[in-house]
Design a protein around this ligand. Sequence first.
Ligand SMILES: Nc1ncnc2c1ncn2[C@@H]1O[C@H](COP(=O)(O)OP(=O)(O)OP(=O)(O)O)[C@@H](O)[C@H]1O
Length: 257
Amino acid sequence: MYALEVKNLKFGYAKDLILKDISFSIEKGKFISIIGPNGSGKSTLLKNLNRIYTPKGGEIVVESVDINMIKAKELAKKIALVPQNTIIDYEFTVEDIVLMGRHPYKGRFQREDNNDYEIVKEALEMTNTFHLKNRIITELSGGERQRVIIAKALAQNPSIILLDEPTSHLDINHQIEILNLLRKLNREKGTTIVVVIHDINLASRYSDEVIMLNEGQIVGIGSPEEVITKENIEFAYNIKVVIEKNKYTDAIYLTAL
Ligand SMILES: Nc1ncnc2c1ncn2[C@@H]1O[C@H](COP(=O)(O)OP(=O)(O)OP(=O)(O)O)[C@@H](O)[C@H]1O
């Protein structure tokens, strides 16, 4: 079964198209990275997949249902988006933020119950943020805050999580920590992970499949070996590279020359 099917997707903010007739499918339970140069349309694509933007053409199908047929709360139970650089100005506690992930499951005036608190606790534990639960979100480090935003997405209990550059601004230790967490979710809960990421070597190491975008079109889709090739990288990024297998991780590894 497919988690997501995108058929001839077209989208533009103004007259020009930013996504130019894109088609691909993502099988349920896969770990997918979207790579591509700055401005190639990666964030725009994620926002179309979560219906923040309305396509100008084509079709998006979520778990076999046309996205336009899914009510907002139902969509939030299927797909959670972890946006780029989430800025929270209000003095919410970590627990308050993660509890917001339960909104899709609540009626208008319905209070959170023990089950919601139990799910929030699990999300906090899974993201290693339980010890932060009474802290004010604005007073956390970038890495801590990113893990809390992911905990909120987990509390939504979605079958698909879209993440827009979740590891930018993080040191190498926290980058690996976030990606290991996503892999754990993917392998243990079967959550489909779609992550926009700039680090091609991390994409190669963690992904079942990679989608490479350039100027709103797909350059390649498939296994890291199939997509992260010298030709594709030189075409999309306009740089010379060598590609070899990393002897420690066995993933293919790129060095820019
Ligand atoms: N809200 C907006 N209004 C108008 N144009 C936009 C808007 N957001 C993005 N764009 C334009 O759409 C194009 C694609 O942007 P997008 O953010 O999707 O690229 P990206 O691949 O995610 O880039 P980056 O790697 O730099 O984050 C760019 O040319 C950008 O200037």
